[in-house]
Design a protein around this ligand. Structure first.
Ligand SMILES: Cc1cc2nc3c(=O)[nH]c(=O)nc-3n(C[C@H](O)[C@H](O)[C@H](O)COP(=O)(O)OP(=O)(O)OC[C@H]3O[C@@H](n4cnc5c(N)ncnc54)[C@H](O)[C@@H]3O)c2cc1C
Length: 491
């Protein structure tokens, strides 16, 4: 039986392990942390439960397909429900807006609250769908490096549609074609951050993200994102994958360029293939100690943004808030300049507050709420994070208190904080970035590491820093693609 080592039990690693074990390979997963999930961890503070990383669950069909391919059933394993209200937005001028999943209701809300006509919102979402329909099979589900494959899988019509995907204009400029009000533009610009990018530089092609959120759908996961991680872990184990936790991999063993196994705990273990769910840069430099051109290249690409997260165990409930809440900065352009050019957090940043106990009361004690509070942050470049955290805490509590009309500070019963440096130490991600390389230029999709390593036969990549990109569904897709690439090689 062919043996496959998987390094890392994030979404990509779990997906690859579940499928490969189902296909009959002897799969062993080596994870340096004490449990699965990677960036998507589970944190308990007293009676409060938090997802440490991702909160917004989209593209459920990706997970349904994964489970089906690996002999499971997602919908039997966990419960997820459509979100009627996706996000509540707050601006400094006192405006609030509810972004409903229903496009008519959402468009009407934009017209009433922000003044941009409802048909403009509908027109924009239609264009976003067109961009998605043109690009998804190439950039998300396919192989963007091979033009023949593009034509084979999507036909000439897809290529003909490429001029409509607006790769050479920025998201912000694209949104100005549809909307007049700065707040509407800011609302749609924000989707660039879902790939860790800057809307004033990232290509308008990223307008696929609002389509994914509004049309394909955002979902509430009962039990939190960690329930999905547990279900994927259980699926892989049921199929026979063996998990080793607290097992950092020190090296990928090479015979010349070819991978022949791994080193963990000082022991050499031989495998026929190695799937790395660890960050691409960490894999090339630390694990492969590769001298290849690719190893050099990935160090030079700009990493995506990171985040500073406060986990606040709140004693008290806040009916003014919903599950997802955004408190926008007054100067969005400046916020991104500060992050990308000055490598510091915004002086008056946009604040995201996610409260899962709103739909899953088990996540907080009665009369309490679990606040996951995130601000975008630059990747870790040896900033003094203690100073940043102290400053951010004051700024965030003042901003949220002002906009909801009551002082939140006395309600914070317990707190933990995670900085880009901590994320880097926990997961070996490049400079603590969340989404691999940034998508700040039109060629970014072509620069991502393909799942098959060209320089080191037997090595396969999956996860948010590899193709097709970051975020739970894309990292999972990359695990599925890596499983297929391993299967093809072993034939
Ligand atoms: C604060 C935050 C908010 C986010 N919000 C969202 C969201 O709302 N929606 C969304 O879809 N996505 C979101 N994301 C992104 C999402 O979490 C990631 O894209 C996804 O979880 C990445 O999965 P992955 O497969 O790349 O694995 P990772 O989570 O990166 O896991 C890789 C694993 O490899 C392990 N590893 C690394 N090196 C070694 C080694 N040498 N030996 C052994 N093990 C090793 C690590 O410990 C880790 O467990 C967010 C992330 C963060 C941090």
């Amino acid at each position: 039986m062919k043996r496959v080592a998987v390094i890392g039990a994030g979404f990509g690693g779990l997906a690859a392990a579940a499928i490969l074990a189902h296909r009959g390979y002897a799969v062993e997963v080596f994870e340096q942390q004490s449990g699965p999930g990677g960036k998507a961890g589970d944190l308990r503070i007293g009676g409060w439960r938090f997802d440490t990383g991702p909160s917004l669950f989209t593209m459920p069909a990706v997970f349904e397909k994964l489970f089906a391919l690996a002999g499971g059933d997602l919908n039997a394993a966990l419960t997820h429900e459509p979100m009627e209200l996706i996000t509540r937005y707050f601006w400094d001028d006192g405006t609030t807006l509810d972004a409903w999943q229903d496009p008519d209701r959402f468009a009407a809300e934009v017209e009433t609250k922000l003044g941009d006509p409802a048909p403009a919102v509908k027109r924009y979402l239609k264009r976003a769908k067109k961009i998605y329909d043109t690009t998804a099979d190439i950039f998300l589900y396919g192989n963007p490096w091979d033009p023949l494959n593009i034509v084979r899988t999507t036909g000439w019509r897809a290529l003909a549609g490429l001029p409509f995907i607006a790769p050479f204009t920025t998201m912000d400029r694209f949104h100005r074609r549809y909307f007049k009000d700065e707040r509407t533009i800011q609302l749609f610009d924000r989707y660039a951050t879902y790939t860790g990018s800057d809307p004033y530089r990232a290509p308008a092609t990223l307008a696929i993200i609002p389509h994914v959120e509004y049309a394909i759908g955002a979902r509430n996961l009962r039990g939190g994102v960690t329930a999905l991680v547990r279900a994927m872990h259980a699926l892989a184990e049921k199929n026979g994958a063996i998990f080793h936790f607290n097992a950092p991999v020190e090296k990928i063993l090479r015979k010349s360029d070819r991978a022949v196994g791994i080193v963990t705990g000082g022991a050499d273990l031989l495998f026929d293939a190695v799937v790395s769910n660890a960050d691409v840069t960490h894999t090339y430099l630390s694990l492969l100690q590769s001298e290849s051109e690719a190893a050099d290249r990935y160090q030079r690409f700009e990493p995506s943004v990171s985040g500073v997260v406060f986990y606040w165990a709140m004693r008290g409930t806040f009916p003014e808030l919903t599950v997802n809440n955004i408190f926008f900065s007054a100067d969005y352009r400046r916020e991104f300049e500060e992050i990308f050019d000055r490598r510091r957090c915004g002086s008056a940043p946009t604040v995201y507050v996610n409260i899962t106990s709103k739909f899953d009361p088990a996540d907080a004690p009665t009369g309490g709420e679990n606040w996951f509070v995130l601000v975008n942050a630059p990747y870790d470049d040896h900033q003094d994070w203690d100073i940043e955290v102290t400053r951010l805490r004051d700024t965030i509590t003042a901003k949220v208190s002002r906009l909801i009309g009551r002082d939140i500070e006395p309600f914070i019963a317990h707190e933990q904080v995670r900085t880009p440096k901590i994320l880097r130490e926990l997961t070996n991600t490049n400079h603590g970035s969340i989404y691999g390389i940034s998508s700040n230029d039109p060629m970014a999709a072509f620069r991502r590491q393909p799942v098959k390593c060209a320089d080191h036969p037997g090595v396969f990549f999956c996860g948010g820093s590899a193709h097709p990109g970051g975020g739970m569904p894309l990292a999972t897709l990359s695990g599925m693609m890596a499983a297929d690439a391993v299967t093809r090689r072993m034939k």
